[in-house]
Ligand binder design. Structure first.
Ligand SMILES: C[S@@+](CC[C@H](N)C(=O)[O-])C[C@H]1O[C@@H](n2cnc3c(N)ncnc32)[C@H](O)[C@@H]1O
Length: 204
């Protein structure tokens, strides 16, 4: 039973367990999602924000509320996730403030220097190869743009433990990602830790 759920973390399938997981993540990831969005300046005049690996769409809804002048995009490789995110944010989509696309971080369907900020909550472990993904996020951010990666398994031990149990998960911990963000060209990369949670905040 647990395996039927964890096998969906990498890319929720369009079946009972995939849809159940998307609903569960919209509740269960609220603390980590709040921690991620709280790393961004509340009073910034953001115009375009993206949540990468948006899952069921809860982080998108939080970004829409916090930066009411911004358009918020969602990107995910899973069709079930895209559908759930669109359903969860249907009102904002109808108002033209939100757009959710099917696609991978490895080849983001956006122009260069487009986003003011990007978030990635509980998804970076699945990005492979990680360096290509980080370079692609870097390309899509405006100069000075913000990138927040949030990890529930932020310590080396946690990342190693969960990667043995979750299909497609790599044991990337916060220090590893910091090193690779710097190699991708990001500057002022900082790691914020709360218990086992970690947020890595980077600027282009
Ligand atoms: C564990 S879920 C987290 C979802 C959501 N961010 C949350 O916190 O509830 C991981 C999500 O990342 C997506 N994902 C995995 N690899 C991806 C990739 N290469 N590009 C975009 N999304 C990806 C999955 O489809 C899934 O929806």
């Amino acid at each position: 039973m647990l395996e039927k759920i964890t096998s969906n973390f990498q890319s929720p399938k369009d079946n009972f367990f995939g849809r159940l997981l998307l609903r569960m993540m919209n509740f269960g990831h609220r603390s980590i999602s709040r921690l991620a969005t709280s790393q961004l300046p509340k009073d910034a005049d953001f115009k375009e924000i993206i949540d990468i690996g948006c899952g069921g769409g809860w982080t998108i809804s939080r970004l829409l509320k916090t930066w009411s002048g911004a358009r918020v995009h969602g990107l995910d490789v899973s069709e079930a996730a895209v559908e759930k995110s669109r359903e969860y944010n249907a009102e904002a989509i109808a108002d033209g403030r939100c757009k959710v696309e099917l696609g991978s971080v490895a080849k983001m369907p956006y122009e260069t220097d487009f986003f003011d900020a990007a978030t990635a909550v509980e998804t970076a472990y699945f990005w492979d190869p990680i360096d290509d993904a980080l370079k692609e996020v870097y390309r899509c951010l405006k100069p000075g743009g913000w990138f927040v990666i949030a990890l529930e398994a932020g310590t080396k031990g946690q990342a190693r433990f969960w990667s043995r149990h979750v299909e497609g998960m790599h044991p990337y911990d916060a220090d590893y990602l910091k090193e690779h963000l710097l190699a991708a060209g990001f500057s002022s990369v900082n790691v914020e830790r709360r218990l086992v949670y970690a947020c890595i905040v980077a600027r282009k």
